[in-house]
Write a protein that binds this ligand. Structure first.
Ligand SMILES: [Zn+2]
Ligand SMILES: [Zn+2]
Length: 95
C-alpha cells in the first residue's frame, strides 16, 4: 500500500468534487471529512485532501462524537480509505 508519508495534499478543486457526493454511510448529500488515519499526521492534526470522503451532517457528527474513527468505520462495515484512494485516482486521471 502506497501512502505518501510527509506530503500533505491541499486541493480545493478536489474538495469541491467531494462535497455534495452521497454520504458513504447513508447516501444523503455529504460534506468533506478528512479520514484521520489516512496518513501520519503532522502538527496540523489534519490529513491531506486526498484522504477526504463524503459524509452527511448526521453521520459526521456521530463519527466525531464517537471519537475512535477506525472503530466507527469498522462498525459501519465501510473502508473509507478504499473510496478515498479510488476517487482521488479517478480525479487525477481525468483531470
Ligand atoms: Zn450519512
Ligand atoms: Zn470530519
Amino acid at each position: 500500500m502506497l501512502i505518501p508519508k510527509e506530503t500533505y495534499v491541499r486541493d480545493e478543486a478536489y474538495l469541491k468534487t467531494v462535497r455534495g457526493q452521497p454520504c458513504l454511510v447513508c447516501g444523503m448529500p455529504g460534506s468533506a471529512h478528512h479520514v484521520m488515519y489516512g496518513q501520519r499526521r503532522g502538527v496540523s492534526l489534519k490529513t491531506g485532501d486526498n484522504w477526504v470522503v463524503p459524509l452527511c451532517h448526521r453521520c459526521h457528527m456521530q463519527l466525531h462524537h464517537y471519537g475512535d474513527e477506525r472503530t466507527w468505520w469498522d462498525l459501519q462495515g465501510i473502508e473509507p480509505l478504499d473510496w478515498a484512494r479510488k476517487n482521488w485516482e479517478k480525479f487525477n486521471g481525468t483531470n
